[in-house]
Design a protein around this ligand. Structure first.
Ligand code: GDP
Length: 140
């Protein structure tokens, strides 16, 4: 059994529509524990740095403007195989292609406004967690 931590963001389209509780319920019902969580407004610099891997993509500017448009909830989820498990709970990037019952299928609006972010590897999870949280803020 591998207990992992992964980094998650409840994105602007979801906080705007008051979906934080419903999305957190999906994590908790499916075995992930929220071991850290805070609501913040990302700065443009923070959003650009967080998504730096996408900086050459045509949608980068749109993505950054979206991420700073409303508050977000940044969080750390813990559980068995948490990285992969969270990607399953989230569903595919494009809500139209996401499996039934996933967060993106249920709440996502379109490929940009897709309600949640989740780390795609254990290595990136560690980097992303450290970007937003100090060790003292993670309470397992
Ligand atoms: P993820 O790991 O499933 O979030 O997907 P990616 O790493 O490929 O993309 C990161 C984020 O960029 C996605 O979650 C979307 O919010 C956004 N994004 C991806 N593709 C597009 C696109 O074609 N248009 C726009 N506007 N945003 C996109």
């Amino acid at each position: 059994m591998t207990i992992q931590r992964t980094f998650s963001i409840i994105k602007p389209d979801a906080t705007k529509r008051n979906l934080t509780g419903k999305i957190n319920a999906k994590f908790e019902e499916q075995g992930l524990r929220i071991v850290a969580q805070k609501r913040l407004r990302m700065s443009r610099l923070q959003a650009q740095a967080f998504y730096a891997v996408h900086k050459e993509r045509p949608f980068f500017g749109e993505l950054v403007e979206y991420m700073v448009s409303e508050p977000v909830i940044v969080q750390v989820l813990e559980g068995e195989n948490a990285v992969l498990k969270n990607r399953e709970i989230m569903g595919a990037t494009d809500p139209k292609k996401a499996d039934k019952g996933t967060i993106r299928a249920e709440f996502g609006i379109d490929i940009g406004n897709n309600s949640v972010h989740g780390s795609d590897s254990e290595e990136n999870a560690a980097i992303e967690i450290a970007y937003f949280f100090s060790g003292l803020e993670l309470v397992g």
